[in-house]
Design a protein around this ligand. Sequence first.
Ligand SMILES: Cc1ncc(COP(=O)(O)O)c(C=O)c1O
Length: 386
Amino acid sequence: MLSRELAGQVAGWAEDERVETPAFLFAPATLRAGVAELRTRLGARISYATKANAHPLVLRALEPLVEEFNVTNPGHLDTLLGLGVAPDRIAYLNPVIAPKTLKRVLASGVTRFVVDDARGLDMLPETAKITLRLRPPDAGESTRSVVRFGNSPDVLADLAVRARDRGLEIEALSFFVGTAGADMAQGMPYLRGIDLLMSLRERLAESGVTVPTINIGGGFPGSRDRFHHDHPGFFQKIAAALPADVDVLCEPGRYLCQPAMAMLGRVVADRVVAGRRLVYLDTSAYAGLFESTFIEPEAGVEIATARSGDPTPAAVLGPVMDSFDVIARDATLPPMAEGDLVVLPNTGAYAWGYTAPVEGLSAAELIELPPGLSEGFAKTWFGGSL
Ligand SMILES: Cc1ncc(COP(=O)(O)O)c(C=O)c1O
């Protein structure tokens, strides 16, 4: 939880700086802390999943911290190249690519692609380096999602031979477990994925194809719920299952960027309607709160305020005039006054860039927090309170 003290300091700074709301507050210290944590506990090389937050300030902060970036679309690729990231540090991750997109990606100098079927393989030139993507035993499908990438060991074994015969380099085998797998606390989706990946790797070696790297994907839970607080041994469990003599890459998105941004908003009204307390904010579920209101609504969104007073239940709503602009159905908040600032921490993943221009909404500006406050966020999510 963000302390009332830190929420108050953020509000005081925002008032002094006359920050317009809604705004995303950027805490780069959390990125440094997240990378350090991953390096200590997991020990794999890091490829940042750009899709999770492609804001140039986030990418610039991560550039010296991670080995690689992965992208799923030419827009994010252009952003990275524009920041001076070398094409050989970028992998194009989307196995189902349109021919004109492929042409554009190749023209940018990127040569690393992910393949999970013959269509994808046959499109690539001989100069491509490929990662074969396995569908792991826990593919992470949730009630809202359809898992669409990754194939069986048999299909991948055939693809490997075809790729070898054409002279393409196979640089890695990968899987992605998503965040909805069973027994995540024990790291089981990863352990089962690593098992299957290693048996595929041995099978390929027997047919003369040596693959140097295994890629265990992303999907590590973020900081929005108490996962890492309740399961501090999570990364070590995965690390213990990694083979010592094999190069390992991971692809964290949300784990790194979720704590890196907090939404700052203002209270528009706090009123009781037909016996129900409704708190209206100037920030919307449609404008940068996509992950917390749609992708992973179960984890809820924390609403921090400097206000004291007895908290009571409230539904927290955005400004769009429909019944779906719901930020939190079941919050508890102290009595709020019009104009009060609120901080919604851990809204940095799948949030910036996710704004629908309904009813005149526009994307929240990103503003960097001063170092002391940025460190305060890093300490809250990765420091002694973890
Ligand atoms: C292949 C792959 N790697 C990494 C990621 C990043 O996932 P997360 O943000 O959950 O770490 C995704 C997300 O969909 C993905 O598909």
